[in-house]
Design a protein around this ligand. Sequence first.
Ligand code: ADP
Ligand code: GLC
Length: 481
Amino acid sequence: MKKILFVASESVPFIKTGGLADVVGSLPKCFDKEKYDVRVILPKYMCMTQEVKDKMEYVTHFYMDLCWRKQYVGILKTDYEGVTYYFIDNEYYFGGPKPYGDICYDIEKFAFFSRAALSALPLIGFQPDIIHCHDWQTGLVPVYLKDSFHGGDFYQNMKSIMTIHNLKFQGLWDVKTVMDIAGLSSYYFTSDKLKYYDDANLLKGGIVYADYVTTVSDTYAQEIKTPFYGEGLDGLMRARSNCLWGIVNGIDYDTYDPKTDTMIAKNYDAMNFRREKSKNKKALQEQLGLAVDEKKMMIGIVSRLTDQKGFDLISYVMDELCQDEIQLVVLGTGDEKYENMFRHFDWKYADKVSANIYYSEELSHKIYASCDAFLMPSLFEPCGLSQLMSLRYGTVPIVRETGGLKDTVEPYNEYENTGTGFSFANYNAHEMLHTIRYAEQVYYDRKREWNKIVDRGMAADFSWSVSAKKYEDLYNRLLGY
Ligand code: ADP
Ligand code: GLC
């Protein structure tokens, strides 16, 4: 039995700010239980719901040195769908209203978390063969494994994998402070290790010191070796390319299933979507105060509202797009400029545009189920899960060909009768608009063709079955099997 520990800063159903939580909450249960004992360790945030906290049981606690402080480390655990999830408790670090806040506090928070996660292992009696780290918050884990936790039998043979979900977020702060907080010597702060220009970079530490590095799609694994997508680390990504793999994400096919989803107005499946799916659209039009018309093409967006997601393109052609026979339903929060942009168009085109500037799991499911198309024109996209959810719900993705969007959405080819969505190559607003209009044309004038695109999308398999197997192969390879 191989033992794997996931270390991450978020996971459904406990806490979620983005796709990372979906992955950490759905991948561990997909490994072969005969061969892999996969467990997960997360922070216990005060902002988790009471329901979540009530399910945790106390395991033990200890005190740990972190720079000049001696800190309390509580350990709790819970079982979720057959997987053990541990939680590190410390109210000083995890007491805020959200998982992440000001980066200067976050650096110390996650340095604490990384050290506490490793220190807790002998106490909980779990000695992993591989520690699988996710994103910058856990970047110090591979570094610690080679440093203070090296030597002594317990940690000696532990390997580590660093998975990059988004290279944009690296965890940067000045060298002196990070040196103090992390308790690492100046040896580590040279430009071949944690130093990045004048700062210390936690993700870089993880990438340099992990045995293997992965990211969440093949195309993104290639892209980050180039200056445009490399976020200043493309040289390092090229240097580590022998140990770098892209494994595309899946989604939880139980949670995201139009046949059984309890959050949507009308359940349907691949057999009856032609008749049943639009009942969801009608219900959503009524709920959101849009013109009620089952025939009108409805385009959805569910997203963090940040530069990454391509909203500059949408903003640029929004007036033009709103002249068309479409409705646009947006759900998201993020940068104020994009929140206000959508609020403005909601006011200007009241019966066509609905801007919902908040977070709602339920409305997100309704949008995936109700819309005809889903728009995701990202500037970059390590994988993207929303387009996979859309495919599962028979909602046709319209995407820019980057990262995971390129790997998961096959562009419609009207001559070959192939494809699951629509896509465009360049980060150009009119190229996007042109592609949306092509989709409109197929939707209104060639409905049979449209429905076949939906058929193919719903038949595509983006459950974890294939990708979990790829992680298993990687674990085996790292352990020399
Ligand atoms: P990212 O991780 O970059 O934000 P992904 O497409 O990988 O993008 O994952 C986004 C996840 O967050 C999806 O599960 C999506 O449904 C969800 N999501 C984003 N914004 C909201 C929101 N405002 N309300 C509910 N769910 C949201
Ligand atoms: C990040 C990326 C997104 C990816 C998610 C899960 O948030 O932005 O593309 O799907 O992580 O890996």
